[in-house]
Design a protein around this ligand. Structure first.
Ligand code: G4P
Length: 321
């Protein structure tokens, strides 16, 4: 699914971020605990490579706890990386967050060498809510309209602990198809950038495989076995009275119901990806991307009458001489 999403201000934010990074000791990346792989910004990963990193798996109240545990373990195995699960229900998150950052940069601290920590994440991941909770004030925007931005701001969490906030940021091209669907299902992508019916169908298909009981229970639509995702979608529409004239189901309305329910945790605590799944999706996407690039390059060279270096078979035929 192609998501049309890279407003100009995100480009600007990226440039600002790259300037800021020089002075930063630890990078906190806030991820959505229901979709940690999909909500990790590959652009930020490339820009912050080698920096100590704290992954916050936020909104863990909405995610499957067993899957969140797998993700925490997955990140903790990476060198220079710590991971914690969090949600807005935690009353005093500052202590855990500060302790994890200090552990990651033991050489920093004290007034001489204050710890400088950058916090970033995709729109809607809950960053403003967390910052408000850390500071005890409402200082950052909160809201559900992805992409609303503000300049970076510095927040002192302790005398020697400075947090640099950044605007919520997506990236120009989402190459993992399932990642695009999951971001859209979570609400990180604006409504006009996606097809809700397609996103809801993908969501249903995943939930049918991994959480059939919760899905059946929520909508009282019985067994999932042997049914297609679109049949389940229609059954949900009928159950919820989303109908058009002539007994037809209003699919658009049904998609909205399903997405709203999922985002609010009404279907249960659900995760949309496991680490091992994500690794497979990402590898396949990278390989497909590489193939596409190679094909384009071969085509370009062919047009110019040259052979691609790794594909001599496509070299233009020489004359008999
Ligand atoms: P952002 O700055 O990263 O863009 O996100 P923000 O804090 O504005 O949060 C986006 C939405 O996610 C808000 O809901 C917020 O309440 C909700 N949220 C934040 N943290 C958590 C969490 O840990 N668990 C759950 N379940 N939700 C969380 P909203 O509907 O836009 O606003 P409102 O309901 O708070 O008014």
């Amino acid at each position: 699914m192609a998501i049309q999403w890279f407003p100009g201000h995100m480009n600007k934010a990226r440039k600002e971020l790259s300037t800021r990074l020089k002075d930063i000791d630890v990078v906190i990346e806030m991820l959505d605990a229901r979709l940690p792989g999909s909500s990790a910004n590959p652009m930020i990963a490339a820009m912050t490579r080698g920096k100590p990193s704290l992954k916050i798996l936020n909104k863990q109240d909405l995610a499957d706890p067993a899957v969140t545990a797998l993700w925490l373990d997955h990140y903790e195995r990476r060198p220079g990386t710590r991971a914690i699960g969090l949600d807005a229900g935690e009353r005093a998150p500052a202590q855990r967050l500060i302790a994890a950052c200090r552990e990651l940069a033991p050489g920093r601290g004290g007034l001489e060498k204050p710890l400088r920590v950058l916090i970033c994440g995709i729109p809607n991941v809950g960053k403003s809510t967390l910052i408000n909770s850390l500071t005890g004030r409402r200082i950052a925007k909160t809201g559900n309209e992805p992409g609303i931005t503000k300049g970076q701001q510095r927040i002192l969490l302790a005398d020697d602990f400075e947090l640099v906030d950044t605007p919520g940021m997506l990236w120009p091209k989402i190459i993992v198809e399932q990642g695009g669907y999951n971001l859209a299902a979570s609400g990180a992508v604006g409504r006009n950038a996606m097809d809700e019916e397609e996103v809801a169908l993908e969501l249903i298909a995943y939930l049918m495989r991994h959480y059939p009981d919760q899905l059946g229970e929520r909508y009282k639509i019985g067994e999932m076995n042997g049914r297609q995702d679109y049949e389940v979608m229609e059954a949900i529409g009928r159950r919820r009275g989303a109908m058009l004239g002539g007994g037809r189901v209003n699919i658009q309305k049904t998609a909205e119901i399903i997405l709203t329910d999922f985002r609010a945790g009404q279907v249960g605590r659900l995760s949309l990806e496991r680490p091992e799944e994500w690794v497979v999706w990402e590898k396949a996407a990278r390989e497909a991307e590489q193939r596409l690039r190679a094909e384009r390059e071969a085509h370009r060279l062919e047009r110019q009458g040259k052979a691609a270096p790794d594909n001599p078979a496509r070299a233009p035929r020489k004359g008999r001489g």
